[in-house]
Design a protein. Structure first.
Ligand code: SF4
Ligand code: SF4
Length: 260
């Protein structure tokens, strides 16, 4: 399962890197970049679509289709978009593993602070949409602050001198604090949250086979207490399946549809 997920992650991350390489080499116009394939573009386009009756900047129907696809995928499989597809999610996943190897541990934010900080992503979402509607006049002004755009265009139009520091900071922090951007700041994660809560494909714990060893809790990169629930409904579950892989008891954890 781990291998399958890694292959899928490599395909999508590889696609983003290929677009970046083509852009840097001048093989494709600078404005044909990862932005064209970003599902969050579908959300960002909503307000300008209402206000100006037109897609803003380089956004097209493709972004809208990808946004709808991401929502459907999330209703079906929780945040597997983040855990399997999003190149920035993959980058965070691999940086988390690299950081653990280098430092021998991960530096998680204390749970009391974490409970508050997770709400920051809703603030970011409101800010992005509000500023797109007002100050940026329908333009995608958040490009300059968006690590996905900055990293996978590296100097794309709309980035500013300080943008590179944002990308470096996000990468550096991800080595210490697993999924810092995804967990606390990603506006796409905020959009997916309610759909993920209702997501059908869930990890189910068979209490007859489970020995309460807690290995699944320690394996979960999102610190979900798998051993304390009958089924994982947490909005942050990306169905990465690390808990299933690490569980030593056959059949104690399995994939289910709404716990069935
Ligand atoms: S790792 Fe498996 S056996 Fe151990 S607590 Fe989790 S579900 Fe139960
Ligand atoms: S380890 Fe299990 S509970 Fe945690 S995110 Fe992955 S699939 Fe979900």
């Amino acid at each position: 399962m781990r291998i399958l997920r890694t292959v899928v992650q490599m395909i999508f991350l590889g696609g983003a890197v290929a677009l970046l390489a083509k852009g840097l080499a001048g093989v494709v116009p600078a404005n044909h970049n990862c932005e064209a394939y970003c599902p969050f573009g579908g959300i960002a386009a909503l307000f300008p679509l209402v206000k100006y009756k037109a897609y803003t900047c380089r956004l097209t129907e493709l972004n809208m289709s990808l946004m709808i696809s991401a929502l459907i995928l999330t209703i079906a499989t929780k945040k597997s978009f983040c855990g399997w597809i999003c190149p920035l999610g993959t980058l965070h996943d691999w940086l988390r593993k690299l950081g653990s190897k280098i430092f021998g541990r991960a530096f998680y934010v204390p749970r009391a602070a974490d409970r508050w900080l997770v709400n920051l992503r809703y603030v970011v979402l409101v800010l992005v949409l509000g500023l797109t509607w007002t100050v940026w006049g329908g333009d995608l002004g958040f490009r300059a602050y968006d690590p996905f755009y900055i990293i996978f265009t590296w100097g794309g139009h709309g980035t500013l001198a300080f943008s590179v520091y944002i990308a470096i900071a996000v990468v550096a922090v991800a080595l210490f604090v697993p999924f810092f951007w995804c967990r606390y700041l990603c506006p796409m994660g905020a959009v997916l949250d309610p759909f993920s809560r209702a997501g059908g494909l869930r990890i189910r714990r068979n209490t007859d086979s489970c020995t309460d060893c807690g290995k699944c809790d320690r394996a979960c990169p999102h610190r979900i207490p798998v051993s304390q629930v009958d089924e994982v409904t947490a909005r942050d579950c990306t169905n990465c399946l690390e808990c299933m892989v690490e569980c030593p008891e056959k059949g104690a954890l399995e994939l289910s549809c709404y716990g069935k």
